[in-house]
Write a protein that binds this ligand. Sequence first.
Ligand code: AMP
Length: 114
Amino acid sequence: MEYDKNNVFYKIINKELKANIVLEGEHFLAFHDIAPKAPIHVLVIPKGGYLNYNDFTEHATDREILDFNRGISRVIKLMKLEENGFKLISNAGKFGVQEVMHMHVHILGKSFDD
Ligand code: AMP
């Protein structure tokens, strides 16, 4: 399957659609999931057009991959998930039940601070 720019995350990157942004970097964007499945549910996406995790790690530049992964770490810190843990999920294709065909990871967690 080819990457198709006609997807919601591409529209969020291009500011055609609004999102509740958590953090932005040179090559990534992090925002709250619109239908959270945990008290903290943040999506991190690369700004480049990649279909899924494998497409991204195979075709993105080292800089994009590094910036994206450091972005995930920064979000984890920002959401105070380091100590109590979190889930990091990336759904791909039919078996993974991927809904949005733009590479993304879900960060799921709960802050025990409050
Ligand atoms: P999946 O492709 O199955 O990994 O999941 C896509 C995720 O994107 C789901 O958890 C949706 O709730 C979320 N989602 C879809 N549209 C938006 C949007 N406009 N803003 C934020 N999250 C979204």
